[in-house]
Write a protein that binds this ligand. Structure first.
Ligand SMILES: Cc1ncc(C[n+]2csc(CCOP(=O)(O)OP(=O)(O)O)c2C)c(N)n1
Ligand SMILES: [Mg+2]
Length: 278
């Protein structure tokens, strides 16, 4: 008996704007989870999710998987803890660009370093959308908002460059309007052993207006192993603003957090560390 993809639908009314890119991403995640279940004989209970606070976070209400609705900026420590608590789960976190690259950016750096075996999907619409359109760290310089009518003055942060510089073990970017390619990358990220960051470029149809401009610059990277320097060079094409590569930038295998760390349960059993007598 095959996996019923419809079981991933909660049936909740959606409140995203009509035409929002989040619908496409939701559908892609459902397809990939269902493909993994089908292929590996997994079930809904083998997955667990978390999400931040923002438009992106609503995915938690529409994707019928168990998990923990997190705080704004705290998805990464939440999913790290979930994985440490139950390493057999496949864990996916959903964050916003505000969520992950502003308030939560310290967690991104540490996850890159410590390598929990989780997938972090960032709905990078380059704006704080739910709070009605302020600039985030990935907003372009000059971005005009009600809070900054003369235009945003700070240079944008390049999350792909940041993640590669910090040795994140899997770093990718997708354009969710390309279903086939996005699903391929999401699947590889979910199957990856280690911390996988997938930045999803999705212009916000209400507060940003660069959909066509971005699309003309997109191109998919050739799939191959890259050195850190080669990957960084590709990542920097965003900053130059001429070409915007999509796909997998960087993969580097390293030991995952739950294999490295002694669990408190083991220490207790062995009477070591905190549990040593005397
Ligand atoms: C700890 C905390 N800080 C700030 C907020 C306010 N807040 C709620 S949603 C939001 C914007 C979210 O932006 P982003 O993470 O980019 O998600 P989007 O709405 O764009 O999907 C902010 C700042 C909050 N709820 N909690
Ligand atoms: Mg946002």
């Amino acid at each position: 008996m095959g996996f019923d993809k419809r079981s991933l639908d909660t049936g909740a009314d959606t409140t995203w704007c009509p035409g929002c890119n989040n619908y496409m991403l939701l559908s892609e995640v459902r397809n990939v989870v269902s493909e993994i279940c089908e292929k590996e004989g997994k079930e809904r209970k083998d997955f667990s999710i978390s999400a931040g606070i923002g438009c992106h976070g609503k995915i938690f209400d529409y994707l019928n998987l168990g998990g923990v609705y997190s705080l704004h900026g705290r998805v990464i420590p939440t999913i790290t803890g979930m994985k440490m608590g139950n390493p057999s789960l496949d864990i996916i976190g959903f964050g916003g660009d505000g969520d992950t690259y502003a308030e939560g950016v310290s967690h991104l750096l540490h996850a890159s370093r410590t390598n929990p075996d989780v997938t972090m999907v960032v709905h990078n619409n380059r704006v704080f959308a739910l709070t009605t359109g302020q600039a985030t760290p990935t907003s372009e310089e000059g971005f005009v908002t009600k809070a900054e009518p003369k235009g945003h003055k700070d240079p944008a942060l390049n999350p792909i460059e940041l993640a590669i510089s910090n040795n994140t073990s899997f770093v990718a970017r997708i354009d969710p309007t390309d279903f086939k390619k996005s699903e391929e990358v999401l699947k590889k990220a979910m199957e990856w052993d280690g911390f996988a960051l997938v930045d999803v470029v999705m212009p916000c149809i209400k507060y940003t207006s660069d959909i066509s401009e971005l699309k003309s610059k997109f191109y998919w990277l050739e799939e191959k192993k890259r050195s850190k320097e080669e990957a960084l060079e590709k990542a920097r094409e965003w900053t130059k603003g001429t070409k915007l590569p999509l796909g997998i930038f960087y993969r580097s295998e390293k030991p995952v957090l739950s294999d490295r760390k002694e669990s408190l349960r083991e220490l207790k059993k062995e009477g070591k560390g905190w549990f040593e007598k005397g």
